[in-house]
Design a protein. Structure first.
Ligand code: ZN
Length: 283
């Protein structure tokens, strides 16, 4: 049953991957992406019974579940690769932050203020953000939370975390970096690795949560590159890898084709699924 579901999912994702182009050349930080098609003014509601995931470039995703939960992960929605002219989400139930670096916290505070969303992250990071108490959900590795039909698990990541509230002041310690597993009732189980290198605990994530789709950084320099991400896919036992955190800046040189090559060497089942930035993908 599970095998069949995974096969169907993998097939759908491969079909989508076929329509997605390369993500273009890296743009300098703060420079708007050129030649990017403008996304629709308003994202359509999730198709009935489907989970829809929209990549905003870099590590930013917006997930809409069949039960009506809208969840933003690392919402740096003004990153250099973000779809031009796209309307930012008007309604959010939850914002998940993997760590405190600016390219992951992004516009979380403004989005929380606009939507009333609960903001999840490490205890230390959430304290530094100074959110209203009702919206601040500081947790740590091992924590599990429910948002409508999504069960959210905070998991390990191997990375640093600091947050700089004031550009003139030093960055402050922001707790452990995190990854997230988002298990959707009757739908896919997504794993967003945040910024990380590969680590043995990914085997435990596979055993415990059985993720079906992994969003993995592949840019290198600050995170895994393609070779390490292929090892991560093997440890996670996932069928589908959505590459992220590449091409945003010139330093992040990994690319999906390099990941394909590395996965081929390992002869594992995982396939690379390129999400088209700004286009909702049904899972
Ligand atoms: Zn980082």
């Amino acid at each position: 049953m599970r095998t069949k579901l995974v096969a169907v999912l993998a097939g759908a994702l491969v079909a989508i991957a076929g329509t997605a182009g390369a993500q273009g050349t890296p743009a300098a930080q703060g420079t708007p992406a050129q030649g990017k098609p403008a996304a629709g003014a308003k994202a359509p509601a999730a198709a009935k019974g489907k989970t829809e995931v929209t990549w905003w470039g870099h590590a930013a995703f917006v997930v809409r579940t069949p039960g009506g939960a809208t969840i933003a992960i690392d919402p740096w929605l003004t990153n250099p690769k973000a779809p031009q002219g796209a309307a930012q989400p008007e309604a959010l139930d939850a914002i998940l932050l993997t760590h405190g670096h600016f390219d992951h916290v992004g516009e979380a505070k403004a989005l929380a203020q606009k939507t009333g969303a609960k903001v999840f992250g490490s205890f230390e990071l959430i304290n530094l953000l100074g959110l209203p108490e009702a919206q601040a959900v500081g947790g740590n590795v091992g924590g599990t939370f429910k948002v409508k039909d999504a069960t959210i698990h905070l998991v390990e990541a191997v990375h640093s975390s600091s947050y700089q509230a004031d550009p003139k002041a030093p960055a402050q310690y922001a707790g452990s970096a995190l990854g997230y597993v988002v298990a959707i009732d009757g739908g896919p189980t997504l794993y967003h690795a945040g910024d990380t290198g590969p680590f043995e605990g990914m085997s435990l994530i596979a055993t415990q949560f059985k993720p079906t789709v992994a969003m993995l950084p592949i840019g290198g320099h600050f995170t895994m590159g393609p070779a390490e991400a292929a090892q991560a896919a093997r440890l996670l036992k996932v069928q589908s890898v959505v590459p992220m955190h590449y091409g945003t800046f010139p330093l992040l040189q990994g690319n999906p084709d390099a990941l394909r090559g590395e996965l081929k060497k390992l002869r594992g089942p995982a396939k690379v699924v390129d999400f088209e930035i700004g286009k909702p993908t049904a899972l």
